[in-house]
Design a protein around this ligand. Structure first.
Ligand code: RIB
Ligand code: CA
Length: 310
């Protein structure tokens, strides 16, 4: 079988219950994903909390090799809101407890790291964004040329249907619509995995438990804790990441899109116009659950009990 080239990826994230699940997924496929780093962002909680959560989650899955870079401490034009405790717990990760690592974030900031990795990967870097897009917008504002060096953005964000923080806005767009506007206007190709797709893919214990029988106890119990906290709701961010592993999980349609920033009621809505040909934006429309569940099963197999992790 043709050796697949590993894809260099930076994950921009605000862990976050579903972000946690997505990081575990990212960390399991080192044969496919060259996990170059995490850039921490606020949204589900403040960046001081989400950056620590990212370090602890990477430690739990034996991926201390992945650097974590600290991002913005506010949205572009507004301060962060209160932690989204009802969906992510007070500690950002569903109020479960995982061991704390004494590893710290890197010296350089998120936007400098993204620009550096984009340079190093010479046009092949993929950004996976599962948080509000402030870090990405700040990168584009500080390094305008970086947009030529980013292969594509795989985004959990937006919706071809209803929003969740308002009837029009999904959280990752609606929390910082100005940043989202900068990103959508940049011309960097975007794979938008929106709420319309993620709500098709809940993750219940009845699915998870049989698949995780031979998974390392600490990882299995953490993920069970997240699923219980969210009562089987979709792990929105994990579906976006799964498309890196198997693109055929999703049926895509081509669109042109722009973000509403002016109308107070509709701010954060992604206005979409379907197009025949691909013009740099495709949106997830339907989910092949069998294939998605197969990727989750493979992820769980890759954290086997008793393995001596280097
Ligand atoms: O709307 C869902 C998105 O908002 C997910 O990324 C979740 O983690 C929250 O950040
Ligand atoms: Ca998130």
């Amino acid at each position: 079988m043709k050796e697949m080239k590993r894809v260099p990826v930076i994950l921009d994230t605000d862990p976050g219950v579903d972000d946690f699940f997505a990081i575990v997924l990212m960390g399991a496929f080192d044969d496919i994903i060259d996990f170059r780093g995490i850039t921490a962002m606020g949204g589900n909680n403040k960046t001081a909390v989400t950056s620590r959560n990212a370090l602890d989650i990477l430690h739990l899955i034996h991926r201390d090799d992945v650097p974590v870079y600290y991002g913005a401490d506010s949205f572009l034009k507004e301060p962060f809101g209160a932690p989204v405790a009802d969906h992510h717990g007070h500690n950002g990760i569903g109020d479960i407890t995982i061991p704390h690592t004494d590893r710290t974030v890197e010296e350089i900031k998120a936007w400098d790291a993204i620009a550096r990795e984009a340079e190093r990967c010479d046009g092949n870097l993929v950004l996976v964004t599962i948080a509000p897009l402030t870090n990405i917008a700040l990168t584009l504002q500080k390094y305008p040329g970086v947009k030529e060096k980013i292969s594509k953005i795989v985004m959990m964000g937006g919706s071809t249907g209803k929003g969740n923080i308002t009837p029009y806005a999904e959280a990752n767009i609606g929390h910082d619509p100005y940043a989202a506007d900068v990103v959508f206007a940049s011309g960097i190709p975007v794979d938008m995995v929106g709420l319309n797709a993620t709500i098709q893919a809940p993750v219940h214990r009845s699915l998870f438990d049989p698949l995780s029988e031979h998974t390392e106890k600490a990882v299995r119990e953490a993920l069970q804790g997240l699923i219980d906290f969210r009562k089987g709701e979709p792990m929105h961010d994990a579906l976006a990441v799964s498309t890196l592993i198997d693109d055929s999980i999703i049926t895509w349609k081509n669109f042109e899109g722009n973000v509403e920033t002016q109308d107070a009621e509709k701010r954060g809505k992604v206005w979409l116009q379907e197009t025949e040909e691909y013009k740099g934006l495709r949106c997830a429309m339907s989910v092949n659950l069998e294939k998605y569940h197969a990727v989750i099963a493979e992820m769980l197999k890759r954290y086997p009990e008793g393995k001596a992790y280097e």
